[in-house]
Write a protein that binds this ligand. Structure first.
Ligand code: TRP
Length: 456
């Protein structure tokens, strides 16, 4: 028997859990702050609700109609094996994105344990921690182990149950941290950097950045939501559930900025994004909060990061697992443990990319610079395959599966859907606007990253 979510809340918790991840916390705030503040926020919200939302709805509908993994879903709806390659690409993305996402999650987990254990040493810094072979191996292996354990529990007793625990916990920790951050000196300077609108910074690049971020943040383009949609009951409303997921993800991304910048400005430091922000700048800030608060706030922050990452890693693992279960008839537990082991091994070169092994740090050159292994995997699978997947998913829904069938599926659990303005909007977006704009993003990425032509 194929698993299913017990109700609407179960689906929303799992899908919001997939969406809310490292991207929301370490990338979104800085992108907003450095690309025009509130002006960026407005563009981001439009990208999320106007351009990404229709893709999310299409993915969930494809999954729910077929009750299959992405590969099986495309084959079934198209009646031909050749469309299956879009699904295979998605399964491959799940595989490869998880391989490095888990490494980063492992760092967060390691920092959490060091913080709570009270033996965190800022002087050892990021490179010190991430190049410590045994430390790293242990933390990322544990993280993958926990991910696998949850996915092995099944849809209801694993994914749904743990998402329902971790998501509310994440929100509470985030609210606590924002509350604390606002009591710090210079908190308002941070908020100013984050939110004061600066329209002169808004260019084509701003829109490209906002759209790429929204797309990744909503877990689109690789069939994660086809997979979760395949566990959704027919009696539920796809459109409103997707709207809640989009809103939750956007809200958490917005709130993360209200926590990050007061922290950064408390020490008068320069904001940045990515590993540097989370693993270098912030630990230095926590240290200045005193022995008790530093440890408490630091541990809370890294626990937040672990929860955000864990609900995302389970969605990434679930995509290849569903493929093996549906297509190869493997028992779930076997699929989980074998895949998790292989993905962990594929992730090792990403783990060594921070300096431990030279061929991993200087893996290959393209687009005019040398890249480490982790960035190469991220450039290919995140930045290139996800928009390509989004383009193909919307084109497929509109022209192969056809909007009548999409509407048919969306009307289940939403009797007023047909003939509504929402239907007209979604159909128009899926047919014309989404493929065009996301196709452009894909082309720009190829030109910019791999060919080295500077568009922006
Ligand atoms: N959305 C998550 C984040 O913001 C990452 C993620 C999880 C993801 N599952 C995905 C991205 C599937 C793309 C596709 O960190």
């Amino acid at each position: 028997m194929r698993g299913s979510f017990s109700n609407r809340i179960g689906f929303i918790a799992a899908a919001a859990g997939s969406a809310i991840g490292l991207g929301n916390i370490w990338k979104f705030p800085y992108e907003a702050g450095s690309n025009g503040g509130a002006a960026f926020l407005v563009i981001y919200v439009i990208c999320a609700f106007v351009l990404c939302f229709p893709i999310m709805v299409s993915e969930i509908a494809i999954g729910r109609r077929t009750q299959l993994n992405p590969y099986g879903a495309f084959v079934m709806l198209s009646g031909s094996k050749s469309w299956g390659f879009v699904g295979v690409m998605g399964v491959l993305c799940g595989f490869m994105i998880l391989s490095f996402y888990n490494v980063v999650a492992g760092w967060a987990f390691g920092y959490f344990l060091h913080m709570i254990g009270g033996d965190f040493d800022v002087a050892k810094d990021f490179i010190g921690y991430t190049t410590d072979f045994w430390d790293n191996l242990f933390f990322s292996m544990t993280f993958m182990f926990v991910t696998a354990l949850i996915v092995a529990g099944g849809v209801q007793k694993g994914i749904e149950k743990w998402s329902k625990i971790m998501m509310p916990a994440l929100v509470l920790i985030l609210l606590f941290l924002i509350g604390y951050a606002f009591t710090l000196d210079n908190a308002m300077k941070g908020v100013e950097f984050y939110l004061v609108p600066n329209f002169s910074l808004v260019t084509g690049k701003t829109v490209y950045t906002a759209l790429s971020q929204a797309f990744f943040s909503l877990s689109l383009g690789m069939g994660a939501l086809i997979t979760y949609g395949s566990y959704m009951n027919k009696s539920e409303n796809v459109v409103s559930s997707a709207a809640i997921v989009t809103l939750s993800d956007t809200t958490v991304a917005f709130l993360a900025g209200l926590m990050i910048f007061p922290f950064v400005y408390f020490q008068g430091l320069q904001p940045s994004a990515g590993p540097g922000l989370v693993f270098v700048t912030l630990p230095g800030v926590f240290e200045h909060m005193g022995a008790f608060w530093g440890r408490f706030v630091g541990a809370s922050f890294f626990l937040l990061l672990c929860f955000a990452a864990l609900t995302s890693t389970i969605s990434l693992l679930e995509v290849p697992v569903a493929y093996m279960v549906d297509e190869k008839k493997w028992p779930r537990k076997r699929a989980v443990w074998i895949l998790a082991t292989i993905i962990f091994i594929i992730g090792l070169p990403s783990m060594f990319s921070t300096g431990a092994v030279k061929w991993c740090t200087e893996f290959i050159s393209y687009g005019g610079s040398t890249h480490d292994f982790l960035s190469v995997v991220s450039d290919i699978f995140n930045d290139t395959f996800l928009p390509l997947g989004g383009f193909l998913i919307s084109t497929f829904a509109a022209y192969k599966w056809k909007t009548e069938n999409l509407s048919e599926e969306l009307a289940q659990g939403n009797p007023n859907y047909k003939g509504s303005i929402v239907e007209k909007f979604l159909n128009m977006m899926v047919m014309f606007v989404c493929p065009l704009i996301i196709g452009i993003v894909f082309v720009i990425t190829i030109l910019q990253k791999f060919i080295g032509i500077q568009i922006f």
